[in-house]
Design a protein around this ligand. Structure first.
Ligand SMILES: O=C[C@H](O)COP(=O)(O)O
Length: 316
């Protein structure tokens, strides 16, 4: 896989953060027009769906996860699309971007992915609430890295955003990044709990200033997870951060993205707002547990002309 880009971060610039404004009606209008305008057909659609597969953090984050389930997920990450379908599409060697699991499942995932280039991502820091004692959240990051996770998805303290305590959010993010060492850090904002798009924009900037390699929308456990307006708000902050610093930060929408057509809409949004560079696995991932199943069905349909039953793709 493409080696991941790192964000060195910068000093907290509060003027920049507090100056961030979001034109909510304009964001809403732009997002409403996207699914209707986006129309990728036939060969192009198949190619874009294969691209989407390569960008999935194939995820299982359930209380009843077992090593067996994680091993099956890893087998799927190694071979996400049936070889005969891939063959008909003239492609080989396709894998997902990563496998994403809870800390306790890292060992099983690392073992099952031996010999592949697929990284293990772990959700750490008391996922999903992120409210366990501070020293334990940092310790969990260190232990996840020691167990073999190459990517760490942390959750920020929503209360720092809701109370406007930007310095505390910056300090928290900085400490978490340091605890990650060489592992890449994705900052989950839990946008469904941040109240306003302006808060989303400000939290995005703070996390990037404190060195987040990716900013991610949601844990998948909030009442509202990834949405297009939140995505547009976050990726415009990524663009602004890049324009001002030259630094590349990745984007990961997560939670509730389960349909191939929605994945295409997200890819189209990224391409229009940030350009093709942001459609590589080092700068874009889908956090998704069931998206792959629908993409498989659409590709099956493209190749065979008929839809396979969803149960045939139950694992993804
Ligand atoms: O980070 C990934 C999310 O937890 C996955 O959410 P999902 O199960 O709604 O696809």
């Amino acid at each position: 896989m493409t080696s991941l880009t790192r964000n060195p971060g910068m000093a907290l610039d509060l003027d920049w953060v507090l100056g961030a404004r979001v034109n909510t009606p304009a964001i809403t209008r732009r997002c409403a027009s996207l699914p209707a305008r986006r129309s990728v057909k036939k060969d192009y659609q198949a190619a874009w769906l294969l691209k989407a597969v390569s960008l999935i953090d194939l995820t299982t984050l359930s209380g009843d996860d077992t090593a067996d389930r994680v091993r099956r997920l890893c087998a799927k990450a190694r071979q996400p699309i049936a070889p005969e379908v891939l063959d008909r599409l003239g492609m080989s060697g396709l894998t997902t971007g990563a496998v994403c699991v809870y800390h306790d499942m890292i060992g099983a995932a690392v073992d099952a992915l031996q010999g592949s280039d697929i990284p293990v991502a772990a959700v750490s820091t008391g996922f999903p609430a992120g409210l366990s004692p501070w020293h334990l959240r940092l310790q969990e990051i260190r232990e996840s890295v020691a167990a073999g996770a190459q990517e760490i998805d942390i959750v920020i303290s929503r209360r720092h955003v809701l109370s406007g305590n930007w310095q505390a959010l910056y300090d928290e993010m900085l400490a978490m990044r340091e605890a990650c060492g060489e592992a890449h850090i994705k900052a989950i904002l839990a946008t469904g709990e941040l109240g306003t798009l302006e808060n989303v924009a400000r939290a995005s900037l703070i996390c990037m200033m404190a060195g987040a390699d990716f900013i991610k929308t949601s844990t998948g456990k909030e009442a509202v997870n990834a949405t297009l307006p939140v995505s547009l708000t976050m990726i415009r902050q990524i663009r602004d951060y890049h324009d001002r610093t030259g630094i590349y930060v990745g984007y990961k929408p997560a939670g509730g993205i389960s349909k191939a057509k929605d994945a295409l809409t997200y890819l189209s949004l990224m391409r229009e707002e940030l350009g093709l560079r942001w459609l590589q696995p080092d700068l874009f991932r889908f956090g998704a547990s069931s998206l792959l199943g629908d993409i498989e069905r659409q590709l099956d349909h493209y190749v065979t002309g008929g839809y396979s039953a969803a149960y045939r793709h139950a694992l993804a």
